[in-house]
Design a protein around this ligand. Structure first.
Ligand SMILES: [Zn+2]
Length: 673
C-alpha cells in the first residue's frame, strides 16, 4: 500500500488527503522523501551533460516535490494541531533537515555547475526572472560557505556549529532565569489589581506550589502587574528582576555568550569576505546597508524621544501628586501611563467586542480583496486536519486561483500567535502549481450557538494574516523559490501590515462591524475612541523599540565589542536614552538577536516594513480613496504578484514612484510634529 503522503493526490485541487493520513505515515514518508530529494540533487550534480539553466537551476527548482508534500502537511499539523507524538517527530526531523540542507549546500559538484553558470550568465540568454533565480541560488550557496576551501571551509563549519550551541544555551539560560524567580503577594498586595491579574497571580502561585498568589517573570503577568500595582516598592522589585534576566551571574549568565556570539559572527562574515556581520546580513535585505538602517532609526528616534519626554513630564507631576519625592523610574512608567490612559481615553474593550463578529470580519477581508483585486470566494466542503478549519476556493473571472484555508480558533494543541503559510506555493515551472494558503489564528472559541466575537487587536490580526495570504494567492511568477512571500525579511510584512489599513476604512466598518444582537453599525464615536487610543504611549513604545534596534545594529557593525554591556551603555548614552525608559530587550535577554540568527542586525525590520505600509496606504489616499482601482492594480502588478522575482527596492519604486519617507509612519504613530 502506498503511503498517502507520497501517493498522487487525486483529491479536489490536489489538496492533501487529510482523512487518509495518520501520524504513523509521517516518519516513513519523511525518510523516503528526504532520500528521493538527495538522489535528485545528486543526479543534477553528476549530470554528464554540460550545465545549462534547465538541467541545473530549473531542475533544482523542481526537485524535492515529495519532500515539499510531506513537510507541508507535517508542519501544518505540528503547528496548528500538535500532539506529543507529533512533537517527538518534530524533534527527530529538525536536526535531520538541517543536515539535509548542509549536505546540499556542501555538494561541491553541484556548486561547480552553479558557479560556472553564474560566470557566463551574460551569454545564457536568460529571462529577467531566470537571471534573478540564478543570482539568488548562487548567492545562497556562497553565503553558506560553498566557495570556501581547506582551512577556511573547516573553520566555517566549526564557527556555525559553535553558534548553534551558543544560541541554544542562550535560550535555555533565559528560560531558567525566568523560571527561577517569583514574588509572593499577600492579600493586601493584590489591591488595585484588576481581576484578570489577580486570577493570573493565583494560578501562577498554584502552579508553583505556593500557598498564595505570586508574580512571575512571564510577560503576560509581569507587564499588567507593572501597569496596575499601586505599590511602588513591589513594582521596583519585580521590574529589577525582570530587567536582570540573563544577567544574574553563575551558570545561567548570558553576557559571556553574547560576547562570544558577536565575535564568531564577525569571524563568519570575514571568512566570506564581508567587512562585518551587519554588512553580510543586510546584503539580502531591502535596507541593504547599515547606514540606511541607521538613517531610518534616527529619523524616528528624535520625534519619538521628544514625545516620550513630554509624556514623562506629565507623569512626573502625577508622581509628586502621589506624594513621591523622586524622579520617574522605569518601574513607574507603565503604572502612570495607564492612569493617564484612563483619564484621556475612557475606552472599554468590552464595548467594542459585540461589533466585531468573526464571520463578518472574514467577509470584510474577502470583500475588500474583491473590490481591490476582483477575488471571489466559494466555500468548500473538504476533509481538513481539524473540524474548526474552513476552506474556500478563490477565483477571478471564473478562473481558479487558489485554495484558502482559515483555522481561526485557539485550542490547546495549537501554538500561540498567528501565522500564514503556503501549503503549496505558486509556480509555473517546471510544473504549474496553484497556491494552497492557510491562515492560523488564536481567537477565543464562542460557546455553542453564539457568534465568535473578536477584540480590535484580533480583527487587525485577521486582516494582517489575510494580507500575507494575498501575497501568496496573487503570486504570478515562474519559479516557486521566488513566489509569494519568498522575499527579503524587511519587505515581507509590507502586504500584511498594509492590509490592516482596510479594517479602519469607515465604509468597511459601517458595513461589517455590526452589533451581534441588534445588527446596528458601530457608532462613529466608539470607533474614534478606539483609533485615538491606539496611538497612546507611542513615544515610550517607539523609544524602547528603537533603542533595541540600534544596539542590535551597532553590535554587528564594525569590530565585535569585547564587552557588550559596556558597548550597550555607550550606544544608549550616545542616543540620549531617556532615563525612565529601558530597552525593550536588553542584551542578556535579547533572544531575537542571540537565540538564533533570524533577527540579528534585523530587529529594525519591523519598523522598516511599517514605514512602507504607512507610505503605501497613503498612495491610495492621495489617489482619492482606499479602493482606488489604478493604485490597486499597481499594488498587484508591482508588489503582490511579483514575490521575490525582482529586487524589493525596484518593486517599491515601481509601485510608488519613489522610496518611502518616514512622514506617514510618524503620523500613524501620532508622533508627527
Ligand atoms: Zn506578518
Amino acid at each position: 500500500m502506498t503511503n498517502p503522503l507520497l501517493a498522487d493526490w487525486d483529491t479536489p485541487f490536489q489538496l492533501a488527503p487529510f482523512d487518509r493520513i495518520s501520524d504513523s505515515d509521517f516518519a516513513p514518508a519523511f525518510d523516503e522523501a528526504l532520500a528521493a530529494h538527495l538522489a535528485e540533487v545528486d543526479a543534477i550534480a553528476t549530470n554528464p551533460e554540460p550545465a545549462n539553466f534547465a538541467n541545473t537551476i530549473e531542475a533544482l527548482e523542481g526537485a524535492g516535490e515529495a519532500l515539499d508534500k510531506v513537510l507541508s502537511v507535517f508542519f501544518t499539523v505540528a503547528g496548528a494541531d500538535s500532539t506529543p507524538a507529533r512533537q517527538e517527530l518534530q524533534r527527530a526531523f529538525s536536526p535531520r533537515l538541517s543536515a539535509h540542507s548542509s549536505a546540499i549546500s556542501d555538494n561541491k559538484a553541484l556548486f561547480a555547475r552553479i558557479a560556472e553558470l553564474w560566470d557566463r550568465r551574460d551569454t545564457l540568454g536568460l529571462t529577467a526572472e531566470e537571471d534573478r533565480v540564478l543570482y539568488l541560488t548562487h548567492r545562497g550557496f556562497v553565503r553558506s560557505g560553498a566557495a570556501l576551501e581547506g582551512a577556511s571551509a573547516e573553520r566555517m563549519k566549526a564557527v556555525k556549529s559553535r553558534l548553534a550551541v551558543l544560541g541554544t544555551s542562550f535560550t535555555q539560560n533565559l528560560l531558567s532565569d525566568e523560571a527561577a524567580w517569583f514574588m509572593p503577594l499577600s492579600e493586601a498586595d493584590l489591591q488595585g489589581l484588576p481581576e484578570f491579574v489577580v486570577d493570573g497571580a493565583r494560578s501562577a502561585g498554584e502552579a508553583l506550589g505556593q500557598d498564595g498568589p505570586v508574580v512571575t517573570l512571564s510577560r503576560s503577568l509581569i507587564v499588567p502587574f507593572l501597569q496596575f500595582s499601586p505599590r511602588r516598592d513591589l513594582r521596583q522589585k519585580a521590574f529589577c528582576a525582570w530587567a536582570a534576566r540573563g544577567a544574574n551571574g553563575g551558570d545561567s549568565d548570558n553576557r559571556g555568550i553574547a560576547a562570544e556570539v558577536l565575535a564568531l559572527r564577525e569571524e563568519r562574515a570575514k571568512l566570506l569576505g564581508y567587512a562585518d556581520f551587519a554588512s553580510f546580513k543586510l546584503e539580502t535585505e531591502m535596507a541593504g546597508t547599515p547606514g540606511r538602517v541607521r538613517d531610518l532609526l534616527m529619523a524616528v528616534w528624535e520625534p519619538a524621544k521628544a514625545q516620550a519626554l513630554r509624556d514623562a513630564t506629565e507623569m512626573e507631576h502625577m508622581l509628586s501628586a502621589d506624594g513621591i519625592n523622586d524622579a520617574l523610574q522605569p518601574w513607574d512608567w507603565r503604572y502612570y501611563a495607564d492612569k493617564r490612559r484612563r483619564v484621556l481615553h475612557d475606552l472599554d474593550e468590552a464595548e467594542l467586542k459585540p461589533y466585531l463578529q468573526l464571520d463578518k470580519m472574514i467577509q470584510a477581508a474577502f470583500t475588500c480583496s474583491n473590490r481591490l483585486f476582483g477575488l471571489e470566494f466559494r466555500p468548500l466542503d473538504l476533509p481538513l486536519y481539524h473540524a474548526d478549519c474552513r476552506a474556500w476556493e478563490v477565483t477571478r473571472d471564473g478562473k481558479h486561483l487558489a485554495v484558502f484555508i482559515g483555522d481561526y480558533f485557539a485550542r490547546a494543541s495549537k501554538r500561540s500567535g498567528a501565522w500564514c503559510s503556503a501549503m503549496r506555493s505558486q509556480a509555473r515551472r517546471p510544473k504549474p502549481l496553484a497556491p494552497v494558503v492557510i491562515n492560523v489564528c488564536n481567537f477565543a472559541k464562542p460557546p455553542k450557538g453564539k457568534p465568535a466575537l473578536l477584540s480590535y487587536d484580533d480583527a487587525r490580526t485577521l486582516f494582517h494574516e489575510f494580507g500575507h495570504a494575498l501575497h501568496q494567492m496573487l503570486s504570478d511568477v515562474d519559479f516557486g523559490s521566488v513566489s509569494g512571500t519568498s522575499v527579503a525579511r524587511d519587505f515581507v510584512e509590507l502586504p500584511s501590515q498594509l492590509y490592516e489599513h482596510w479594517l479602519e476604512v469607515p465604509e468597511v466598518l459601517a458595513e461589517f462591524a455590526t452589533h451581534a444582537d441588534t445588527g446596528e453599525a458601530m457608532p462613529q464615536a466608539l470607533l474614534d475612541k478606539a483609533l485615538a487610543a491606539s496611538t497612546f504611549d507611542m513615544g515610550f513604545q517607539t523609544v524602547e523599540y528603537v533603542a533595541s534596534a540600534m544596539v542590535d545594529l551597532e553590535f554587528h557593525n564594525g569590530p565585535a565589542p569585547a564587552d557588550p554591556m559596556a558597548r550597550q551603555a555607550e550606544i544608549l548614552s550616545g542616543m540620549g536614552m531617556p532615563a525612565p525608559i529601558t530597552m525593550r530587550h536588553a542584551t542578556p535577554h535579547f533572544a531575537h538577536v542571540f537565540a538564533g540568527d533570524g533577527y540579528s542586525s534585523g530587529y529594525y525590520s519591523y519598523m522598516w516594513s511599517e514605514v512602507m505600509d504607512a507610505d503605501a496606504f497613503a498612495a491610495f489616499e492621495e489617489a482619492g480613496g482606499a479602493f482606488d482601482p489604478a493604485t490597486a492594480a499597481r499594488l498587484e502588478q508591482f508588489i503582490l504578484s511579483k514575490g521575490g522575482s525582482v529586487d524589493a527596492q525596484e518593486l517599491y519604486i515601481a509601485f510608488r514612484g519613489r522610496m518611502p519617507g518616514v512622514e506617514a509612519l510618524l503620523k500613524g504613530r501620532g508622533l508627527a510634529a
